[in-house]
Design a binder for this molecule. Sequence first.
Ligand code: ATP
Ligand code: ATP
Ligand code: MG
Ligand code: MG
Lengths: 223, 223
Amino acid sequence: TFRTRNLTKVYRTGDVEVHALRGVDLDIGESEIVALLGPSGSGKSSLLNIIGGLDTPSDGEVFFRDLNLTTLSAAGLTRYRRDNVGFVFQFYNLIPSLTARENVELVTELAKNPMRPEEALDLVDLSNRLDHFPAQLSGGEQQRVAIARAVAKRPKVLLCDEPTGALDSETGVLVLEVIERVNRELGTTCALITHNASIAAMGDRIVRFFDGQIASDVRNASR
Amino acid sequence: TFRTRNLTKVYRTGDVEVHALRGVDLDIGESEIVALLGPSGSGKSSLLNIIGGLDTPSDGEVFFRDLNLTTLSAAGLTRYRRDNVGFVFQFYNLIPSLTARENVELVTELAKNPMRPEEALDLVDLSNRLDHFPAQLSGGEQQRVAIARAVAKRPKVLLCDEPTGALDSETGVLVLEVIERVNRELGTTCALITHNASIAAMGDRIVRFFDGQIASDVRNASR
Ligand SMILES: Nc1ncnc2c1ncn2[C@@H]1O[C@H](COP(=O)(O)OP(=O)(O)OP(=O)(O)O)[C@@H](O)[C@H]1O
Ligand SMILES: Nc1ncnc2c1ncn2[C@@H]1O[C@H](COP(=O)(O)OP(=O)(O)OP(=O)(O)O)[C@@H](O)[C@H]1O
Ligand SMILES: [Mg+2]
Ligand SMILES: [Mg+2]
């Protein structure tokens, strides 16, 4: 599904340069579940944002199937994201003035064959919070709305940045089951940034980042 | 340090009531480290916000030493927080228009005997990010700025909502050492909401929430 070659990302703040990605080559196959691990600041979110079409590299190439993302305009990237990618952000990015249900609806309205918002929120056990606004939800509940929003569009690709970071272990297991089901039933390719060992264990592969590069890429024998 | 009696919190949204805290009795002793655990939505952040003076209960009482927080005005609560409490929020709450250093400075300027901002940020290994704005920091880096900001004021009380949620295990250990040092050197009383087993293990006590009540309160034999 994805192929990156020499993917490089440099952030410039004033005259300081941060080399967030230093030539990353990563292949992700159709319907694979890949766990992305690594220390804080090692480049994981930067990589995910680029393959998700939310940001552009400073150098190198990234392909989604035959589509070279680096050749797309801003409008092209928006179309690519809308038609293919479900994204769970590290900071949830819910719209504060919309309820949980409306936040999911915003995304399903534009999708070709979406779940109903109520269905998606039920998968993450939030049927009793449909009309709450983000400020009226606990941290873990906000994270679950973000997950429901991403899976509701039945995307080809699910990119999750720390999907269980704010969740206790039981609720985290619930979310992992939702992700596994989407992968099994829809063939959704999943890339998940995590510090959670059980997410890492569910993946086909574990890719470790260090200081902007891939330090190791190990196939999970048990899957 | 803290004593709550029948602490109750009901949120009303329209005609729906959420009973977030259902009569909580909790005592926290001077210089104790207490870990607060429990499922998503079980009331942990609600409890922490009330003892931290960020919110008020619907019923019941909460004392900080001899001070009854429920008798304070908004201005009184602000003074209480400023003079006594370092708070690490579940969503970091950094000011987007200020750099890492300035975010910490904002808090140390008002404190009686603070660390220098650079010192606090060095404790959490962010000396090379002093002039970055929150949007230019990774998730874990933002969380670490929030921690530096809370400990820099050398508070009597440190209240942390998921202080290592966005951190890999090594960086998480670094943060735990910062918290332990503040507790050991300053006698700071610490209450930490966490899903992280190593934080729970470092506490004097482990208090478990379930559906707005305390389900168990266990002293940690090893400490
Ligand atoms: N401002 C609010 N208005 C309405 N309901 C609220 C509000 N804040 C929280 N709640 C509800 O109160 C319950 C307890 O919330 P709280 O944030 O204390 O849980 P928590 O234990 O911190 O959860 P998490 O582990 O997910 O952060 C949740 O079910 C939430 O939906
Ligand atoms: N917009 C930006 N401007 C400047 N520097 C940035 C920006 N975004 C990220 N960085 C820097 O790039 C590095 C990599 O950031 P990235 O968010 O990819 O890390 P990460 O692996 O996701 O970390 P975490 O586990 O803490 O979320 C970090 O050191 C960060 O300070
Ligand atoms: Mg990140
Ligand atoms: Mg919470």
